[in-house]
Ligand binder design. Sequence first.
Ligand code: NAD
Length: 250
Amino acid sequence: MGKLDGRVVIVTGAARGQGEQEARLFSAEGARVVLADVLDDRGEAVAKELGGLYVHLDVGDEAGWAAAVGAAKDAFGRIDGLVNNAGILRFNELVSTPLEEFQQIVQVNQVGAFLGIKTVAPEIEAAGGGTIVNTASYTALTGMSYVGAYAATKHAVLGLTRVAAIELAAKGIRVNAVCPGAVDTPMSNPDGADPDALDGLYRQLVPLGRVGRPEEVARLALFLTSDDSSYITGQPFVIDGGWLAGVSVL
Ligand code: NAD
């Protein structure tokens, strides 16, 4: 028995990183997974391996969401879960951030999550209820220099999560957020450095002394997508090795 037997779950940004690991774990737990991304070759390859469905979806595009939902229903007949995972990060001092860059980050991270909830929630309701997991960040709960646009969108994702949880509860839909700290994916480690080498950097910053692994975030997303979290909705779940707990002075 898998924890997601019989469920159909859309995971955005599933071609690599945390989304890929979520798709892999959900599939291993019995779900039929719809992998959505803009990295088509990579997404197709993962979907093929898992027996899932790959759809090209720019999460900031409303028509694209409608097409993705149509393809998912054609393939599997229903949708009962969504992981809004796709996201982008840019480093810039706030006063040097071009408006276009700020808006691009909003379009993917914030509008993308909004459109996902808006388009998929009615389908989940029609399937008799289910779950939405939004991917926020450690920077949804605290500040960090040089990621102002990103942090603003991740704070917004938490606001969306709370309002959606209240509005959708009566429709049988639970909505929660994961808030990862530093996780070893192409976003935070674009050069693909050995994670054990990165751990040296994080030993100073993070109480648990290492960078997180995408498989660890996938296990949290599984908890929030499965019945193990049946009485939980509207909450941010920090997964950061203790980074947010405070600073170490000695
Ligand atoms: P990643 O860059 O490896 O993966 C992100 C995926 O999203 C990629 O496959 C990318 O192609 C896809 N994507 C980007 N723009 C898209 C769009 N417009 N439409 C559809 N797909 C798109 O990064 P990751 O670390 O796996 O990030 C996953 C999520 O976790 C993101 O929301 C990110 O902000 C969040 N996060 C990451 C970290 C970290 O340290 N890696 C920390 C906190 C939060």
